[in-house]
Design a protein around this ligand. Structure first.
Ligand SMILES: NC(=O)c1ccc[n+]([C@@H]2O[C@H](COP(=O)([O-])OP(=O)(O)OC[C@H]3O[C@@H](n4cnc5c(N)ncnc54)[C@H](O)[C@@H]3O)[C@@H](O)[C@H]2O)c1
Length: 278
C-alpha cells in the first residue's frame, strides 16, 4: 500500500463544494486512496454526479452559508460514522472588479460564502472532532490571493486573507491536540470558478471571457492541487501552496518587501484584464 493509501484508507472525509473543480478532485483523490467521502455542495446534482463517480461516497445538499444546515449535517455524519477524520472546508466563490465598482452586497456575499462558510464548518465539526478518539484534520481552502495582494479582487482577496488568518490562529490553538490544520493556497487553477465569478465594472463581460481563456490556457489542473494537498496533509504541513512555481515566488516577495510587491501588482494590474488569479 502506498504512503497516501496507508494514511487515507478507511478515513471518513467531508468535502464542501465537492461538485466541481478542486473539491471534486480532492473527493476523487480521497476515494482513490480508500477514504469514505461525504460530497457536499449547494448544487446537489453536481455532488450526486461526483459521488456517483466514486467508490465509497454519498452526496448531500449543503449551503455553507447556512450555519444550522451545517450543524444538522455534522450531527447526521456523526450519527452514521461516529467520527470525521478529514474536513475540507473548500466551497468558495469568485469576484473581480475595482473596489470603487463593488457593491456592498458583493462584499457580503463573498464574505458569507468564503469566510463564514469556513467558520460554519469549523464551528459545527471541531467540538465533535476534539471529542472523538484518534487524530483528525481540518483543511481550509484559501488561495494564492490569501497570501499575496491582488488588485481588482479586493473582496475575494480579503476573504482569503481572512481564511489564512483564522486558520493560522486555529492551528496555534490546536497545537498539541488531536486536530491538525492545513491551509490550501492554490494559484490559477482551471476550474469553473472563473465562469461563475461575479465581474464588476466597465466591460465586465469582455474581461470575463478573457479571464476564462486565461484560466483554460494557463490554469493548473485541479488534480495537481488535490495530489499536493493530500500529500501535505499526510506530512502535517500548515501551508499547501500550489503550484509552487506560480504562488511561491509571489509569497516570498510579499514577505520580503510589501512595497516591492505593490510595484509588481501595479504593473500587473495594467497587463492583466480582470481576475488573473482567483
Ligand atoms: N480555481 C482557482 O483558480 C482557485 C484558486 C485559488 C483558490 N480557489 C478556491 O478553491 C475553492 C474551490 O474552487 P474551484 O476553483 O474548485 O471552483 P468551482 O466553481 O469549480 O467549485 C466550487 C464549488 O463550490 C460550490 N459552492 C459555491 N457556493 C457554495 C455554497 N454557498 N455552499 C456550498 N457549496 C458552494 C459550487 O457549487 C461548486 O461546486 C474555492 O474556495 C476557491 O476560492 C480556487
Amino acid at each position: 500500500m502506498s504512503k497516501l493509501a496507508n494514511y487515507y484508507h478507511n478515513k471518513v472525509a467531508v468535502v464542501t463544494g465537492a461538485g466541481s473543480g478542486i473539491g471534486r478532485a480532492i473527493a476523487h483523490g480521497l476515494s482513490e486512496n480508500g477514504a469514505r467521502v461525504y460530497c457536499t455542495d449547494v448544487d446537489i446534482e453536481s455532488a450526486r454526479k461526483v459521488a456517483g463517480e466514486l467508490k465509497n461516497a454519498s452526496a448531500y445538499a449543503l449551503n455553507v452559508t447556512d450555519a444550522a444546515a451545517m450543524a444538522a449535517f455534522a450531527a447526521e455524519v456523526y450519527a452514521a460514522e461516529g467520527r470525521v477524520d478529514l474536513l475540507f472546508n473548500n466551497a468558495g466563490v469568485g469576484h473581480a472588479g475595482l473596489v470603487i465598482d463593488t457593491e456592498l452586497a458583493d462584499w457580503r456575499w463573498v464574505m458569507e460564502v468564503n469566510v463564514m462558510g469556513v467558520v460554519h464548518g469549523i464551528h459545527a465539526f471541531l467540538p465533535l472532532m476534539l471529542k472523538q478518539t484518534g487524530p483528525s484534520h481540518i483543511i481550509n481552502t484559501a488561495s494564492g490571493a490569501g497570501i499575496i495582494p491582488m488588485p481588482r479582487t479586493a473582496p475575494y482577496c480579503a476573504s482569503k486573507h481572512a481564511v489564512v488568518g483564522l486558520s493560522q490562529s486555529l492551528a496555534a490553538e490546536l497545537h498539541g491536540t488531536s486536530v491538525g490544520v492545513t491551509i490550501l493556497c492554490p494559484g490559477t487553477i482551471n476550474t469553473d470558478i472563473i465562469k461563475n465569478t461575479k465581474m464588476r465594472g466597465a466591460s465586465a463581460a469582455n474581461r470575463q471571457s478573457k479571464a476564462i481563456e486565461h484560466y483554460a490556457k494557463r490554469g493548473a489542473s485541479p488534480n495537481q492541487v488535490a495530489a499536493d494537498v493530500l500529500r501535505d496533509v499526510v506530512q502535517g504541513r500548515l501551508f499547501c501552496v500550489t503550484p509552487r512555481k506560480e504562488v511561491g515566488l509571489g509569497w516570498f516577495l510579499q514577505r520580503l518587501s510589501p512595497g516591492l510587491m505593490q510595484r509588481i501588482m501595479r504593473a500587473r494590474m495594467n497587463q492583466v484584464e480582470g481576475a488573473a488569479s482567483i
